[in-house]
Structures are given as C-alpha cells and as structure tokens.
Design a protein around this ligand. Structure first.
Ligand code: LLP
Length: 444
C-alpha cells in the first residue's frame, strides 16, 4: 500500500469533535477538498447526489483498532457499507469481515476476501443462505436459533466440520435508539441465557460431530458511546464461558463482543474510541484470570466506526422555499439515499460549499425531493442567508448505513460512490440509472 502520510496531517479524531473525514479541508471561497480532491469538481464530474469516501480515513480507523487491540480480531461489519473497494481496503488492513446475508458474502467473495476471515451472521438465515455460506466455506457461522443447529449439521458435507459461534443475549441494554438495541431480553436476536436457551444451544452444538463450537458472540446495539455496557457484557460472557467449562469440560477459545461503537455525527458529539474499548478487553482478561480460564481471543465488529466518518454526501439545492415558520432548502436526494433521520431521528452536520458569500447565516430545514412530508434530512441547519438553487451542500458522516440502506423510493436511482485518495477521485459504484430500475420490471 502507498504511504498515507503525505495526505494525512492530523490524527484520527476518535473521542469528540468534527465528524468530517480526516483529510477534509474547508478553504476560503467555499473551497472544500477530501484527500486533496475538490468536492465541487466531484459534484460536476459525477453529478449529485453522490457519496464520497475517504480511503485514508477508512484505513486509519482500521489501524486505530488494530493498534488499540493488538491481540484481538477486528471484523468490519459489512452491513454498514460494503462494495468491492471497501472490502479490498479493509482486507489489506488485516481486518476480518462480518457479513449477514448471501448478498454481502457475494460482494466479499467478488473482492477476493479470504473466506477463513469471514463471520456469517443472521437471525433467520434462509436454507439457501446456509448452503451458500457452507459452499463458500465461511470461517465461522454464528448460530442464532436452536433449530438452526440441526439444519446446519444436516447440510454439512461428510468429513467437514464447520466452526460456529453461538450468539447469546447478555441482557445488557445499550444503543442510541430502540430500533438498534439488541443486547436485552425479548427481541429477535440471540439466545437467552436466562431462559436456558443459550445453554441448550451449547449442548446441541457440542453434540454435533459436524459442528465445532469455537466461541460465544453477543452484540449489544449501535451508536454506544460508553464502555460500561461492554464491560458489563464482558463479565456476563466470561461467566458463561466458565459455566460451559464447568458443565462440559470445554474451554472455548473465542469471544466476540460485537460492534456498535458510536461515532460523532455532529461537532462536539462523543464517540467511542478503540482505545477506550480496550477497557472491555481488559475486563475479559481480568475476569478470565479470576475464574482460572485461559483468555479467549477477542473479536470486535465495528461497522460505522470504520466507514461512517469517512463518507460525505454531496447534494445540489433545487429549491429554497419560505413557509410560514421555516425556510426549506430542498435538495436532489433525501430519504432514499439517507433514511436515518426519518428512521431514527438522527442528526447530521451540513455545510454549503462552492462559493464565497458575505451574507450572514440563518436556520434552515433541509429536506429531500421525495413525495413524503417526513423526508427531512436535518433541522435548524445554519447556512448562508443567500443560499439558492444550484448551490452544493455537503453532509458529514454518511459513510455508514446510507448507501447500504438506500432505497429506490419514487423510482429514484441510488447515488454513485466516489472514492478519493491522493488527490484522485474514482468511481467505485456507479449511479443507478432509470435503465437499471426498469430492467427489473418485466411487464405483463
Ligand atoms: N455486529 C453485529 C452482529 C451487528 O448486528 C451489527 C449491527 C454490527 C456488528 C455493527 O454495528 P455498528 O458498529 O455499525 O453500530 N441501521 C442502523 C444500524 C443497525 C445495526 C445493526 N447491526 C443505523 O443506521 O444506525
């Protein structure tokens, strides 16, 4: 890999601060560059809306994890955003990969991601997905249901053993929004320790000669900014490892604490840095030592903390409309390329770029062009008072759960992804055009 030092002048912001990519620079006259590439040039060349990904930022974030947790396995959670370019970047940074569907596995394989470093998740893997995962030879499969155990064993070709983890519910509630909390009882993910389902799954997997139980998994939720839930989960998980040794005389070599590490979406918001996460790793070591257990290899699965702050979205302003109380700035994208504000009430930081202005600032509501009143990207955004159609807006921290959650609502094609590094911008995912959308409609 080429050196990144030339373009990286500041260290990755991992605790609090601006949510922009590490190579983002705002200059005079509305200039804005990422990795030395002008965002206005990108908007002209690739059109808007467009997602722009800073390769250096992604790589530095991978490195920050690997440095903070040198003995752990760091698996990038592909659901945050996967395309072949991202798969290649994280692979070359020594990361493993967490996939949760056949589609994500297919992208990973198309990028040549080594199967032994792939972890396959899913609370309801279809028979087709299980077969595909086994055919590809994924490194580990995460069992999330008791019935899945027999199904999996039956699909295993004779003479092969599949490594599995069991996903359990540690009963630790954490996460920024109810829709993204997964560590508590009574939701669709994982097997309850309290109900005995987790213990039953352990017994059954150990009883299947074609399955090899290598460890336990849990995932608490997303956008977690404190280490406390991870430390609590670590204690619960080590207790379960000790109970398994007690009951079965088996010492499991792996412990996967999932992802969910929070990032700053707007300036000043806290984030969970990999170095603070190392506290949870220390809890595992301490508790294992106290229980006389060998320390398992830890896995963490960051998604948004790898790609979220590396991405920005460019939009062009289409209309500026004064309503009774609010002034609306409508752009050429919206809830189809970023559904997060509508789904979770997420906040985003937005700036105008591309020209100088002496006008003061005022508050605007930024809305999309979709046929829905809830299609709001951000409220109370300070922008120049003379903002007008044709201006370009840049939105921070859209590198995760934007492209991957994008829809084609109102028959809108999904935006392209432009990767930037060393002053160069290149298309890594092309824009979805009307012909792409129409191709699926086979008619009468
Ligand atoms: N590992 C597992 C098993 C997961 O289910 C997830 C996320 C992750 C890792 C990565 O979580 P992250 O570090 O990216 O928070 N659409 C929502 C997020 C849903 C996350 C689901 N699972 C959002 O836009 O906030």
């Amino acid at each position: 890999m080429r050196s990144l030092t030339r373009e990286v002048e500041t260290p990755v912001v991992t605790t609090a601060g601006a949510p922009w990519p590490v190579t983002m620079r705002f200059g005079p006259g509305g200039q804005a560059t990422v990795a030395g590439a002008g965002l206005m040039d990108i908007a002209r060349r690739f059109g808007t809306p467009a997602y722009v990904m800073d390769e250096a930022d992604v790589r530095l974030r991978c490195r920050a994890y690997r440095a903070a947790l040198p003995r752990a396995e760091v698996a990038y959670a592909a659901k945050a955003f996967l395309c072949r370019a991202i798969a290649a970047w994280v692979r070359s940074e020594g990361m493993s990969l967490d996939v949760c569907s056949a589609g994500e596995l297919a992208v990973a394989r198309a990028a040549g991601f080594p199967v032994e470093k792939i972890i396959f998740h899913g609370n309801a893997k279809t028979p087709g997905e299980l077969r595909y995962a086994l055919d590809e030879g994924v490194g580990r499969l995460v069992v999330d249901d008791i019935a899945e155990i027999n199904r999996l064993a039956a699909l295993m070709p004779a003479g092969r053993r599949q490594k599995v983890l069991i996903r359990v519910i540690p009963d630790v509630e954490a996460g920024a929004h109810a829709a993204i909390r997964t560590g508590g009882e009574d939701q669709k993910f994982g097997l309850s320790i309290a109900s005995g389902a987790a213990a039953e799954a352990v017994r059954r997997v150990l009883g299947q000669p074609r399955l090899e139980l290598v460890g336990l998994h849990c995932h608490l939720g997303s956008q977690i900014v404190s280490t406390d839930p991870y430390e609590r989960a670590a204690r619960v998980m080590v207790r379960l490892l000790a109970a398994i040794r007690e009951e079965h005389g088996v010492v499991l070599p792996q412990l996967d604490l999932g992802g969910g590490h929070g990032i700053a979406y707007v300036s000043g918001e806290p984030a969970l840095s990999p170095s603070r996460l190392a506290l949870a790793a220390a809890t595992v070591v301490e508790r294992c030592t106290a229980a006389g257990l060998p320390v398992p290899r830890l896995t963490v699965e960051p998604g948004r903390a790898i790609t979220g702050p590396a991405g920005v979205t460019l939009y062009r302003v289409i209309a500026v409309k004064k309503a009774l109380r609010h002034t609306y700035v409508a752009v050429d994208g919206g809830m189809s390329d970023n559904p997060r504000p509508a789904l979770y009430g997420s906040r985003y930081e937005i700036r105008m770029i591309g020209r100088a202005t002496r006008a003061g600032e005022r508050d605007y509501t930024i809305v999309g062009h979709h046929c829905e009143a809830g299609d709001t990207l951000a409220e109370g955004v300070r922008l120049p008072a003379d903002i007008r159609p044709g201006d370009v807006l840049v939105v921070a921290a859209t590198g995760a759960y934007n492209h991957s959650m994008a829809s084609t609502y109102n028959m809108t094609g999904r935006p392209p992804v432009v990767a930037v590094s060393h002053g160069r911008a290149r298309l890594v995912v092309r824009r979805e055009g009307q012909e792409d959308l129409m191709r699926r409609d086979v008619g009468l």
